[in-house]
Write a protein that binds this ligand. Structure first.
Ligand code: MN
Length: 151
């Protein structure tokens, strides 16, 4: 069972990634910002991180820096998932502690390729997911959205 932590402030993007991953047999946890992701990782033990760059509270660069300085998490594979497609960004990202780079919208085949590259036995199962649901640190935000209070 491979656990993927999706760190992304955009609810629609989180949902897309969750669906891509769960239909391929991965277990997905979600965090809405960098701070929440670091807190989750004090307990949860993801096998790999999909990390958005542009996020409130702590952005992707700050998160990956903290991960690389963390004794237990330093070797964790971290893939950037970002819409920043300008020249030079890829290099900047790969020089900032990320192991790889996926641009949005995420291509399913590329995503799976990257996961397999960083997880030696990292194949999700080809069966529909019957695994326990991953946790979601974003439910508060979601219900706030649903109540129409805003932003
Ligand atoms: Mn973002």
């Amino acid at each position: 069972m491979i656990r993927v932590l999706v760190v992304e402030d955009n609810a629609i993007n989180r949902e897309l990634l969750r669906e891509l991953l769960e239909t391929r047999g991965y277990v997905v946890d979600e965090a809405c910002d960098g701070q929440a992701a670091l807190q989750m990782m004090e307990k949860a033990r993801p096998d790999i991180l999909l990390l958005d760059i542009g996020m409130p509270v702590l952005d992707g660069y700050a998160v990956v820096r903290k991960i690389r300085e963390h004794p237990r998490l330093a070797a964790l594979p971290v893939l950037a998932v970002t819409a920043y497609a300008m020249h030079g960004d890829r290099e900047k990202i790969l020089n900032s502690g990320f192991d790889g780079y996926l641009s949005k919208p995420v291509d399913a085949a590329l995503l799976v390729e990257e996961l397999k590259r960083f997880l030696p036995n990292g194949e999700g199962r080809n069966t529909p997911p019957k695994q326990p649901q991953g946790s979601n640190a974003c439910s508060k935000v979601r219900s706030a959205d649903a109540s129409g209070t805003g932003k």
